[in-house]
Design a protein around this ligand. Structure first.
Ligand SMILES: [Zn+2]
Length: 269
């Protein structure tokens, strides 16, 4: 892995024949009570010592990932556009900074169909990535996608996504259910796991991966998936990247105490 360039809203790395660009959609904050203990109740204040809090709330960056491979250019998630918090929707700005044109994107895949991941697919003029012939969405979430009126312009491009599917050369889909029923992660070149919403607040959930998030639709399943994929990523030495991981959104996972630590790319780790 080699860092090719880093900007305020983007970072590009090289993995073999593939280049991955982390693109920021902006940063918002969520109530501290969204972190949940094993009993489903908000974490007590004493358990929040390491949390990354801004203005009394948990920092929540939102990111998308562009994978340029041998046979295509894949956008993973598309940010919140103007559909959620007004500070978000900066993906187009991040793409300009990174020198990525909207027409370069040949395939879009969603980790899941929540508002901060799908909304950027459609802009004021229709499809935000006009030359993306396929929009890949997990079979379990096709109904949710179709039910979203904003997605009307891209419905003809919708293609079901299943575990093991290849998206472009070097990128494979891996089931990661719990946060949502069809939540997917993507393994790039066998050594970078782009894991969507496996972790919402790294400052707490790396050290304590059993802690869940209020919007994990199935809390037990989300916890089991997080424990399984974090263990696998650590064991196999994978890089990890996530929609809500702290700057720069990509790094390694190291064992620390009874849990893990996030070691960001570029931190010397
Ligand atoms: Zn999310």
């Amino acid at each position: 892995m080699r860092v090719l360039r880093r900007g305020r809203l983007s970072m590009e790395v090289e993995l073999g024949d593939t280049r991955v660009t982390v693109l920021s959609d902006g940063e918002t904050a969520m109530p501290v009570s969204h972190l949940r203990g094993p009993d489903g109740a908000p974490l007590p204040d004493g358990d929040l010592a390491g949390a990354d809090v801004v203005g009394g709330k948990l920092r929540l960056p939102v990111r998308c990932f562009l994978v340029r491979g041998r046979d295509g250019c894949l956008m993973i998630d598309t940010g919140a556009a103007n559909a959620w918090h007004p500070v978000l929707g900066r993906l187009p700005e991040a793409m300009v900074e990174a020198g990525v044109g909207a027409r370069e994107v040949t395939v879009v895949a969603l980790t899941h169909t929540h508002v901060d991941h799908l909304s950027g697919l459609v802009g004021p003029e229709g499809a935000a990535f006009p030359d993306a012939e396929r929009v890949l969405v997990a079979t379990e979430e096709l109904l949710a996608f179709r039910a979203e009126p904003r997605m009307l312009p891209v419905l003809p491009r919708l293609v079901p996504l299943e575990q093991g599917d290849g998206l472009i050369a070097g990128v494979t889909a891996i089931n990661a259910p719990g946060h949502s029923p069809g939540h997917m992660a993507f393994l790039v070149e066998g050594r970078l796991l782009i894991w969507g919403d496996l972790v919402h607040h790294a400052a707490v959930q790396f050290a304590r991966p059993e802690v869940t998030w209020a919007f994990d639709e199935d809390q037990d399943r989300a916890r089991a998936t997080r424990l399984r994929l974090m263990a696998q990523a650590e064991r196999d030495g994978w890089l990890v990247a996530g929609a809500h991981l702290p700057d720069p959104g990509i790094g390694w996972i190291a064992r620390a105490g009874t849990g893990y630590a996030f070691v960001p790319v570029g931190s010397g780790g």
